[in-house]
Write a protein that binds this ligand. Structure first.
Ligand SMILES: Nc1ncnc2c1ncn2[C@@H]1O[C@H](COP(=O)(O)OP(=O)(O)OP(=O)(O)O)[C@@H](O)[C@H]1O
Length: 256
């Protein structure tokens, strides 16, 4: 059945091994051509959401839908084929390989040379540093430039949704700014983004929709601009100082 959302995680319960559940009835939806960010305290389960969406961690309950199709039991490879591309936390470029070799790793499942060439042109246009440093060793690039190589690699398969885990981690403010600009460019070029970030303010300034996670559930969600303007959210998560402290409304809301 067609869906107005590209990716839907519905009533997800998930955890690691025999340990207690990390995600406890979480619902997140990603519309087309949007950036949805997940923010919240350490250990809330943000990265775990991305692992569930990419098939790395099968949920114990709930459903995962891509374009309305149920992919809950997909393996990571099947999730990739369904259009979900995961850019992991930290740096995952191979420093001893060139930028081109790193980017082309993202095309390993493609057979059509014309399609690969078309995707290479696309990512080079989207990320000029990838074009400029195409034959350089990836290890010679700055952290922010390496992150753009990872973005380019993730886009080679024409994903429907890119899952970005902490893209600003370890970057200085200037590189962080560039990386967030590139997130917007990805969206404007037609790829939806589900973004996990510690830098909650910067993420909400970039995103269209935001979800605040706490204890494995969506605590509050809505247009990112509304969340940024919420004084309670500002005080709890964004470092604002306000006179009165008020509590959030009922936990368990979703971003529909
Ligand atoms: N591989 C793992 N094995 C066991 N427990 C894990 C594993 N990865 C994460 N956890 C636990 O799951 C919980 C949620 O972790 P997760 O990384 O999803 O949180 P997060 O919101 O992304 O946190 P942070 O902002 O610190 O990155 C934590 O209690 C963490 O210890």
């Amino acid at each position: 059945m067609a869906s107005e959302h590209l990716l839907e995680l519905v009533d997800i319960e998930a955890g690691y091994g025999r340990a207690a559940l990390v995600l406890r009835g979480l619902t997140v939806r990603v519309p087309p051509a949007s950036v949805v960010c997940l923010v919240g305290p350490n250990g809330a389960g943000k990265s775990t959401v991305l692992k569930v969406a990419s098939g790395m961690l099968p949920p114990r309950a709930g459903r995962i839908l891509v374009g309305g199709e149920d992919v809950t039991r997909n393996s990571p490879q099947q999730m990739l084929r369904a259009g979900l591309s995961h850019v992991l936390q930290g740096h995952s470029v191979f420093k001893e390989m060139t930028v081109s070799e790193n980017v082309l790793l993202g095309a390993y499942s493609l057979r059509d040379k014309a399609e690969i060439a078309e995707r290479v042109d696309f990512v080079k246009t989207l990320f000029p540093v990838v074009a400029d440093r195409w034959t350089s060793l990836a290890g010679a690039l700055s952290g922010g430039q390496q992150k753009q190589v990872e973005f380019a690699r993730s886009l080679m398969i024409s994903p429907r949704v890119v899952l970005l885990d902490e893209p600003s981690m370890g970057l200085d403010p200037k590189a962080t700014g560039t990386v967030f600009e590139q997130v917007v460019r990805m969206r404007d070029a037609g790829t939806a983004v589900l973004l996990v970030e510690q830098n909650a303010r910067r993420a909400l300034e970039t995103a269209d929709l935001g979800c605040v996670l706490d204890l494995g559930r969506v605590h509050i969600s809505g247009p990112a601009a509304d969340l940024l303007a919420d004084p309670a959210l500002g005080e709890l998560y964004l470092g604002n100082r306000t006179a009165g402290r008020r509590q959030f409304s009922t936990p368990g809301a979703d971003n529909t």
